[in-house]
Design a protein around this ligand. Sequence first.
Ligand SMILES: [Zn+2]
Length: 289
Amino acid sequence: MSIKSIQVYVDKYSMKYLFFISSFFFTQFCLASAKVCVEGSELKVYSNLIFYGSKSQNSGAACAKEIHKMFNTSSTTINVGGKDLKVKFEVSYQIESEEAAIASININKRVENNYIRIEDKAENQEWGRSNHILGGNCGFYAFVDKLGSSTTCAHEFAHGLGLRHYNERSDNGYGHNGDLRGKGAPGIMAARGFIVDKKYQYDINASPGQAGGTINPKTRVVRSEDIKDLNLETLNFDDDGCAPLGTVTGFGYESDGDVTTGNNWYVFDALDYINDSLLGNLSEPIYCR
Ligand SMILES: [Zn+2]
């Protein structure tokens, strides 16, 4: 065998090997908004939240659990293709290093993977606090928003699924004027400043609209109508009964809130990712129950 043919053989072999490993890891571990699948009498909404950043260990798990719980509280049925299906959210999460998360974002093609940085605040962004790209898979959540016990995670996640605040929609529906008095517990897409019945205010004795007289976000609930607003029945389901909801926007955040795409060399990110997988440096999704 000549040197050249050995080289060709090695190249061929290593490419095959790389292809094998990458396809294995990308399907097994590279699980972004959500993937929606018809499964028996249920319509399952799969979302995997990949947390990174200095406060991800402190509140990532609680954040994912809040989302899972709040989105499964209402019993909602959607008709898809003539069949009534019960909507069930399947939320999982991973806590990753910044390096692994950014590398994964650059090679991710899965709409159910959401990349969320958790820091105290986004110092370099005018939004400063928690924010999730509308209908996208990237977010920056602020630890100061009491993630996991304030409904902030469920609210931001709903933005990721494509929902806008009630008063930012083009219709004259529920909450369009920022006033939910007489409507019971406020829906999850009510923003700060909404007027609500007194028991849902920061201060139940305050006058509506005055200091303390606006919505305490903690009192928000995911209503059946909020899930219906996702228009899951209009998605394009493939032969396996699954459809993407949202898009793969593909970027990360620096600790101060600046947007980053890491390095732009797809192949290096892919190799880094495979290497981290082989070394066992990557976490696996933990399903909320
Ligand atoms: Zn919002």
